[in-house]
Design a protein. Sequence first.
Length: 135
Amino acid sequence: MNLTHIEHLGIAVKSLETAIPYYEKVLGLKCYNIEEVADQKVKTAFFKIGQTKIELLEPTCPESTIAGFIEKRGEGIHHIAFATDDVAACLAEAESKEIRTIDKAPRAGAEGLKIAFLHPKSTMGVLTELCMKGE
Ligand code: ZN
């Protein structure tokens, strides 16, 4: 796979209202975007450090996979996202190497990115996102 950098870290939080002040007032980062991703049932808040972002994920309903994650494992790091210029090619390569994928094709994510996930069962427990700028 041709991965260029860590695009973002996804962090599950119960409440953006509680989490954002920590990132802004303690870590000194600036929240530059808050966006609801309806089909993933999450509200996201973004911070930037270097070329990497922090993506806070707050569930918008109990059926959200983020709500399930927090219930099972508590708040914390949910996924790591790598940047590439070809998500479809990465998915094909993963499948050819018998890595389980969650998505069969790239789909729309927050910030206009095209994204796809690899299954944590195949990645030593780390939910792995591949993403690229959408056309
Ligand atoms: Zn993400």
